[in-house]
Structure formats: structure tokens, C-alpha cells
Design a protein around this ligand. Structure first.
Ligand SMILES: Nc1ncnc2c1ncn2[C@@H]1O[C@H](COP(=O)(O)OP(=O)(O)O)[C@@H](O)[C@H]1O
Ligand SMILES: [Mg+2]
Length: 477
């Protein structure tokens, strides 16, 4: 059956296929039978009574139960803030189709929506069928692929770096202009040596099974890889490059050289690397106008975080917003708190706020343990403690001047301003603190996320209960 009618307008079949796919991508499910019935009838401008005729649903059920939910979901997917109603549904869907697919069909609607051939992804990226927001980041990344060779996505654990890289790979895989010949996903969380990584990449890029022609000299192999990346334009994600930064010295140097060569030598491919902190050298290379960029990933914007909460079954708009603010839109922490609200408070955000506490997910707890025990020096450690004690229950901002005035000497030695500033930069790079400038006073403020503040309270200051944290069940995790 042709999907497009002769006038080139969006057809019902096309609209249904589109809503179905978006529903699966955003809500993790297909359209139900009554939803499909409702969409078909509404498309034909039938009233509820007519739509219900010949089906097993009543008009009241379709009107009172199915319709309000479906309109809300479609409005959330479109995300313009406009309300969807039975009357404006059709124009909404036409707008949505143009928005989502216009780049594939020269602005027309003649492309068979479901027939776009996907470019296969080599490797195992995580499932991103439920993914909200980040449209600005995604289009920014797309722009960067034209002029840069490497993009570094940095941000605190669980903020969504891996998900964003996977979503981008997915988008490229289903987009219709063949910008890349190969899409490669490689997790490097197990800290392979550069030699192992390069050998793996050469095989995938060249599509060969055995590494028999490879030599034992890493630099020679990197040269072969660069040649392969020059003859074939690839998009390669290296996910989780943190580990090599803290492993042995030799491996750190090997990686530094590897990345330098990827950035400075000739090839036409694009790398995305994800890590908690910006790798050594990257800032310097970026300042030196090398073809390298980095993006600091923050929590989800409030609308997208709200969709995440609703998709996870929470209700109570106002309280959900408070929850989003409390966790800075951090998706993994929000998911973790939602699981607990569902389990302990039967999904009621109100009941949770009655017993308000800041949860720390076990994953965040172990990442913070690692950072505090292995990555921070004495001064950085002290700054974190000082910031936590300077904040109050409702206030997580501390002015730079206040920190200066309250900072205790280390081993009876005053810390120099330059040392303090360097430490703050390092903490910001690790996403342990954020900085804000007051637009009026121009004063610089440092901000500690409630989750990190709570971690410091429990771990180092021996405080398990504050006035906002009357419940301490979070310690059970
Ligand atoms: N934009 C998003 N929409 C929905 N869920 C998300 C989004 N970003 C991240 N998540 C979820 O949050 C969790 C942590 O994300 P992940 O990408 O693994 O974080 P990171 O790589 O920064 O540690 C995952 O369960 C992921 O599915
Ligand atoms: Mg990750």
C-alpha cells in the first residue's frame, strides 16, 4: 500500500507509523488498540460516538479515558508546550512530521517513514529507546562533526554522557544522508591498552577478522589506523575513558600520545569520547585551536526530567518539579529516587516529601568513594569539606569570598590563592562543584549539589541527620 497520497500530503498510515515509532522511542511502548482506533477516527474527523461504533469500546471510555492521556503524551513528544485536542490533532501531527523528517525529504513528506535504511552500528551501545530532551546537545554535536576530529563529553557519573553518545549514534544510523561509512561503539571502561584498542579499531574499520598483519609496535599500528580512518569516514565512540587516566603511568602516556595523534594527524573520521573529567591535554589542545571540542553535560532540563519522572510512573506535578530541582535534573539519581518512591511510598511524591530526604544511589556512592579516596589531593578534599560546612540546609551556594575567609590552614600552612584556584578548577572539572556569577554583584559563587553535600556530611563530617533530613533511610542503600 502506498504510504503517500497523490497530493504529497501526510497520510493516515504515515501518521500512525510516525506516532507508533515515536511512542516506542519516547515512552517505550507501541500504540494500544484503543489509541489506534481513536487516532484513526480523529484523523477522519469523526465524533466519539462514530469512532466507538463497531468497536468493543464505548464512546465514554474513548473520550474520558483514552483521549486525555493520548493527547498529553503527543503534546509531551512534540514539546512545544501547546495543548493537543481532538480538533487540532491533525495539524499537530503534520507539524511533527515536518519537524522530525523534513531533513530527509527536502521538506516534503514523500519519504516512507518506516523504510529509512539504517546504517549498522558496530558494537553494543546501550538501549536509548527511552530518551528525553538533549535536542540542543544533539544538534550541536552534529555541527561539530563537520569541522572537528574529536569531541569529549564530560560530566559527573550518571548524568547521561553514555546515553547522549548512544542517542547520537542512533540518530546518525537512521538519518538519510550518509555522512559516515562506519559507526563504531567501543566501551573502554575495562581500560584496554592502546595496543589492544588500536588493533580492535583497525579490524572494525577495515572489516577484517584477523589482526595477523599488525605489528607489535603501537605507533606503527596507530599510523595504519589513521590511514584507515582517512580512507573511510567513521564515527567512533569510545565510552568511559576514565580508567586509563588513573591506571599506570606508562598507559597514561600511551593514551596521551594516541589522542594527540588522532587530533593532530590527517584523517576524516570523528571521535566522541566520554569521561567524568576532561582528559589531560585536551584543554590545552582545545585552547591551541586544535580540532577538538569538549561539552560539559549537566542534568536534564526541567521539561525532559519531568517526562522521565512521568514515564517512570510518578505523579504530582509540583512535587515532581521540586524533586527535579533537588537532583539538578540528574537522570540516574532521579531514576534511583523514583525506584525508592515507588517501592516505599507507593509512587506518591507527596508522601515522600512528607518525609523528605536526599538519597544517594549506590552507584553515585561508589563513584564518590573512588574520587574522594584516589583522585583528590589534600587541598581539594579540604575545599569540599569547607564548602559543605559553609552551606546551610536550604542554600547550596557559597561565595568565593566566604570560602577564602573560612578556609582553614592545611598542616598549619596557609594555602596560597593560586593553589586554591587551581584546586577549584580541578573540582569543577570533576563536576564536584559548579560555579555561578551573580549577574548584579558579579560575585562568584560555588555550588555543591545536594547529593554530594549529603555524601560529605555522612562520610566525613559524621552528620547523618540534618533538619531537612529527618529520615535516614537513605543510609540503608
Ligand atoms: N536523556 C535521557 N533520557 C532518559 N534517560 C536518560 C537520559 N540520559 C541518561 N538517562 C539514563 O540515566 C542513566 C545514566 O545515564 P548514563 O548515560 O549511563 O550516564 P553517564 O554515562 O554520564 O554515567 C541511564 O539509566 C540512562 O538510561
Ligand atoms: Mg557512561
Amino acid at each position: 500500500m502506498p504510504i503517500v497520497n497523490s497530493s504529497g500530503q501526510l497520510t493516515l498510515e504515515q501518521a500512525l507509523a510516525m506516532v507508533n515509532e515515536l511512542m516506542l522511542a519516547k515512552m517505550g511502548r507501541h500504540l494500544s488498540d484503543p489509541e489506534t482506533t481513536l487516532l484513526e477516527g480523529t484523523w477522519n474527523n469523526d465524533d466519539y460516538q462514530t469512532i466507538a461504533e463497531g468497536t468493543s469500546y464505548t464512546a465514554n471510555y474513548l473520550k474520558g479515558f483514552v483521549a486525555p492521556r493520548l493527547w498529553n503524551i503527543i503534546a509531551a513528544i512534540v514539546g512545544t508546550g501547546k495543548k493537543v485536542t481532538k480538533t487540532n490533532l491533525r495539524s499537530f501531527l503534520e507539524y511533527l512530521y515536518q519537524k522530525e523528517y523534513s531533513n530527509c525529504s527536502d521538506g516534503g513528506v514523500s519519504e516512507d517513514y518506516s523504510a529509512i535504511e539504517r546504517l549498522k552500528i558496530n558494537g553494543e551501545p546501550p538501549d536509548v529507546s527511552i530518551f528525553f530532551g538533549r535536542s540542543q546537545e544533539l544538534s550541536h554535536i552534529k555541527d561539530l562533526t563537520n569541522d572537528y576530529k574529536l569531541l569529549s563529553l564530560i560530566g559527573i557519573a550518571g548524568v547521561g554522557k553514555t546515553a547522549l553518545a548512544a542517542k547520537f549514534l542512533n540518530q546518525i544510523s537512521s538519518s538519510c544522508n550518509a555522512q559516515f561509512e562506519r559507526l563504531i561503539w567501543k566501551s573502554v571502561a575495562h581500560a584496554p591498552t592502546v595496543q589492544e584498542l588500536v588493533n580492535d579499531l583497525i579490524q572494525v574499520v577495515q572489516d577484517t577478522e584477523s589482526p595477523s598483519t599488525l605489528l607489535e609496535y603501537t605507533q606503527v599500528n596507530i599510523t595504519s589506523l589513521l590511514q584507515a580512518l582517512q580512507s573511510r569516514r567513521c564515527l567512533i565512540v569510545l565510552d568511559g575513558i576514565d580508567t586509563f587516566q588513573t591506571t599506570n603511568f606508562e598507559q597514561r602516556l600511551d593514551y596521551r600520545l594516541f589522542f594527540r595523534r588522532l587530533i593532530e594527524e590527517q584523517h576524516q573520521s570523528f571521535f566522541i569520547v566520554t569521561s567524568r573529567a576532561l582528559p589531560l591535554d585536551f584543554k590545552t589542545l582545545s585552547r591551541a585551536k586544535r580540532p577538538l571540542q569538549y561539552i560539559k553535560i549537566k542534568g536534564l532540563d526541567s521539561e525532559s526530567a519531568m517526562k522521565l519522572l512521568l514515564a517512570n510512573g510518578l505523579t504530582g506535578n509540583k512535587k515532581c518539579r521540586e524533586l527535579i530541582e533537588m537532583y539538578y535534573g540528574h537522570p540516574a539519581e532521579l531514576q534511583s529516587v523514583v525506584e525508592r518512591i515507588n517501592y516505599y511510598f507507593a509512587g506518591s511524591t507527596e508522601a515522600f516529601f512528607h518525609n523528605k530526604t536526599t538519597f544517594i544511589s549506590p552507584e553515585m556512592q561508589s563513584v564518590l568513594d573512588e574520587i574522594f579516596s584516589q583522585e583528590l589531593n589534600e587541598a581539594e578534599h579540604r575545599i569540599m569539606l569547607c564548602l559543605a560546612s559553609c552551606t546551610t540546609d536550604n542554600q547550596t551556594l557559597v561565595s568565593f569570598n566566604k570560602l577564602l575567609n573560612n578556609f582553614p590552614p592545611i598542616l598549619n600552612k596557609e594555602i596560597s590563592i593560586s593553589e586554591l584556584i587551581e584546586s577549584l578548577e580541578c573540582l569543577e572539572n570533576l563536576s564536584l562543584i559548579d560555579t555561578f556569577r551573580d549577574p548584579q554583584s558579579k560575585e562568584l559563587y560555588l555550588c555543591l549539589q545536594p547529593v554530594i553535600k549529603k555524601y560529605i556530611f555522612i562520610k566525613f563530617l559524621g552528620i547523618t541527620t540534618t533538619s531537612e533530613d529527618l529520615q535516614t533511610i537513605s543510609l540503608a542503600s
